[in-house]
Design a protein around this ligand. Structure first.
Ligand SMILES: C[S@@+](CC[C@H](N)C(=O)[O-])C[C@H]1O[C@@H](n2cnc3c(N)ncnc32)[C@H](O)[C@@H]1O
Length: 238
C-alpha cells in the first residue's frame, strides 16, 4: 500500500500524476462561502475562534472560484480511470454549478446526497434554522456505473453522523475537518482494497487516515503548510 502526501497547490501537483491512475477522487474543496459570510452581518466570528471564514483559504470571488474548480475538474478527468468515481462535498447552494463544470469534463452525474450532523453548533438557534447539512455529489467517469459495494443492502442518499469528535483532532484542529465515519462510508462503498484514492484538498488528512486503515493507496495534496503537517502526523500515527 502506498501513501503519497504532497504539500502544493493541487492543480500543480495533479499535473505531475499519471493519466488514468485514480479509482476514486474523494474531496472537500473550498465552498466559496467565506466572502458571502463576511458580507453578512453575523456574530459568527465571536462565536467560533476556529471559524473557516477566517482561515483564508476560501476567499476567492465567485468567478475565480469557478475557474479554480474548472482547472480541478480538468486535471481530475485526466487522472481518473474510466469507470472510477468522485465524491465531492459542497455547499447546497453551489451544487448545480459544480455539476455543470463536472459534466463539461466528462463526469457522469449520479447523485446529490446530504450529510446531516446530529449535533451541530446551535448558532443563533433562537433566530433561525440551525445549519446542520452539507451536500455531497457523486459522479462516475466515462461510464454510468462503477464500483458499488452495497452487498445487497439499500443505501440512502443521506448519511448522518456527529460532527468530528475531539478524539480525531489530536494532531491539530482544522475548521472543516470531516468525521472519519463519513469518509469511511464512501471509501468502503466505492473502492476495493489496493485501489487508489486521491484527495486534492486534503486538509487534516481524514481521507488518508481511512485509506490507510482500509488498505487503499492514497494520494493527498494540501496547500497550507500547517494543515499538511497535521495530516502527515495524523496519517503516520493512524
Ligand atoms: C474544506 S477543507 C478540507 C478538510 C478535510 N476534508 C479534512 O477532513 O480535514 C479544504 C482544504 O483545501 C485546502 N486548499 C485550498 N485551496 C487549495 C489548493 N489550491 N490546493 C490544495 N489545497 C487547497 C485548504 O487549505 C483546506 O485545508
Amino acid at each position: 500500500m502506498a501513501i503519497d502526501l504532497i504539500q502544493s497547490d493541487c492543480i500543480q501537483a495533479m499535473r505531475q500524476l499519471d493519466d488514468n491512475c485514480i479509482d476514486l477522487v474523494l474531496t472537500d474543496p473550498p465552498y466559496n462561502l467565506a466572502s458571502f459570510m463576511k458580507n453578512r452581518d453575523t456574530n459568527l466570528n465571536k462565536l467560533r475562534e476556529n471559524f473557516f471564514v477566517n482561515a483564508g483559504w476560501d476567499d476567492m470571488d465567485f468567478d475565480d472560484w469557478i475557474q479554480s474548480m474548472d482547472a480541478f475538474f480538468e486535471e481530475a478527468a485526466r487522472v481518473a480511470k474510466k469507470g472510477s468515481a468522485m465524491i465531492i462535498f459542497m455547499a447546497i447552494i453551489k451544487v448545480e454549478t459544480i455539476i455543470r463544470i463536472a459534466e463539461r469534463h466528462g463526469f457522469y452525474y449520479k447523485t446529490t446526497g446530504i450529510w446531516h450532523k446530529t449535533n451541530p453548533m446551535p448558532r443563533n438557534m433562537n433566530l433561525h434554522f440551525v445549519n446542520s447539512t452539507e451536500a455531497w455529489i457523486y459522479f462516475t467517469y466515462k461510464t454510468r456505473t462503477g464500483t458499488f459495494n452495497n452487498n445487497g443492502n439499500l443505501y440512502h442518499d443521506f448519511i448522518e453522523t456527529s460532527v468530528t469528535p475531539n478524539s480525531e483532532r489530536r494532531f491539530g484542529k482544522h475548521p472543516t475537518q470531516k468525521p472519519e465515519a463519513l469518509i469511511q462510508h464512501f471509501v468502503e462503498l466505492l473502492t476495493n482494497e489496493n485501489e487508489c484514492v486521491l484527495d486534492p484538498f486534503m486538509g487534516s488528512g481524514t481521507t488518508g487516515v481511512i485509506c490507510k486503515r482500509m488498505n487503499r493507496n492514497f494520494i493527498g495534496i494540501e496547500l497550507d503548510e500547517n494543515y499538511y503537517h497535521t495530516a502527515v502526523e495524523r496519517i503516520n500515527e493512524s
